[in-house]
Design a protein around this ligand. Structure first.
Ligand code: NAP
Length: 316
């Protein structure tokens, strides 16, 4: 039987590429020198798109594939997939939730501890010889027993909360509705009010048109000069200009960020802003989790072409 034609938007590790090449006729979009000409040539054959959360599938890409049936995303975020086109044409979309939740929550907590306890600067202090020359570095702040706000209590937000409980933290959260499983935590739907009662504000929201720049100058002002911001969700949830202004003027104490507008080419102001911890969007970046994500991405493609329900469909 002929193998279904699949448009692959970006590279995957070899452990995914080999089984993908075996199961499907793969067309490598990212390698094409003239992408429009490539799409015009292969688009009419394409029945599925295999993509990543950071690459998505644009309106033009989807339009160039008139027989497209489904899009399989490697990643939980699907904000870069043009969903209106999918809805209009009945194209199904899958993502890879759950398998990455623990790793992203682990990194979020590592970022909090690293930022507040100044792990990076303290190590630089040792390496530079400052310890011997100047003595101990400046004292840091206590994390255990402080107040955490979690903006977006979905899979990852809840996993962050469970970890923070181990630090005896007073936890509050926002979401579109209160979560019955989180009754020991305080529900505060408004982002400004949540920031006001938080020492550390974690952003774990989905990125949608409604959440764009939900963390704005007012939220940062409410977080205050002792407050820190940790973003492991999507850059679009934060007004980056307001955040940089707040950091540079001491309006908040610090920020730890795994995601940036235009990443990997971030605003150069981030490189010099005070008390900031920068990470290269690698919340899910462990071998174990990336393998699980790849398998789920492939299993969704397989299920689709076997006429079975998708394992992890995106609600459209
Ligand atoms: P999820 O389970 O879908 O949770 C999303 C949360 O956002 C839910 O609590 C939801 O509230 C809330 N939300 C959505 N729209 C809202 C609105 N308008 N106002 C207030 N809250 C709203 O998603 P997840 O799997 O936890 O992923 C969370 C985020 O992490 C996503 O942005 C994803 O792209 C990102 N992510 C980042 C990395 C990384 O490497 N840094 C890796 C994986 C995921 P309700 O439950 O009430 O609907």
């Amino acid at each position: 039987m002929a193998k279904p034609h699949v448009l692959q938007v970006g590279p995957y590790p070899e452990w995914d590429q080999t089984p993908l090449d075996a199961a499907f006729t793969i067309h490598r979009w990212w390698e094409a020198a003239d992408k429009d000409a490539f799409l015009a040539k292969v688009g009419p054959d394409i029945r599925a798109i295999a993509t990543r959360g950071d690459l998505g599938a644009s309106e033009a890409m989807i339009a160039a594939c008139p027989r497209l049936e489904m899009i399989s995303v490697f990643g939980v975020g699907y904000d870069s997939v043009h969903l209106p086109s999918c809805r209009a044409r009945g194209i199904t979309v899958s993502n890879t939730p759950d398998v990455l939740t623990d790793d992203v929550a682990d990194l979020a907590v590592a970022m909090l501890l690293s930022l507040v306890r100044q792990v990076g600067p303290a190590e630089a202090w040792v390496r530079s010889g400052d310890w011997a020359a100047k003595g101990v570095p400046p004292l840091t702040r206590k994390v255990t027993g402080t107040r955490a706000g979690i903006l977006g209590l979905g899979r990852i937000g809840a996993a962050i909360g469970r970890r923070l409980q181990g630090f005896g933290m007073d936890i509050s959260y926002s979401a579109r509705s209160p979560k019955p499983d989180a009754e020991v935590w305080t529900y505060i739907p408004d982002a400004v009010a949540l920031a006001e009662r938080s020492d550390h504000l974690f952003i774990a929201l989905a990125a949608t048109p409604e959440t764009r720049h939900i963390v704005n100058a007012r939220v940062l002002q409410a977080l205050g000069p002792e407050g820190t911001l940790i973003n492991i969700s999507r850059a679009a949830n934060v007004d980056e200009t307001a955040l940089l202004d707040a950091l540079e003027t001491g309006q908040i104490a610090g920020a730890a960020l795994d995601v940036f507008e235009g990443e990997p080419n971030l605003n150069p102001r981030f490189l010099t802003a005070p008390n900031i911890l920068l990470q290269p969007h690698h919340g899910s970046g462990t071998i174990e989790t990336r393998k699980a994500m790849g398998k789920l991405m492939r299993d969704n493609l397989t299920a689709h072409f076997a006429g079975q329900p998708l394992l992890t469909p995106v609600p459209l």
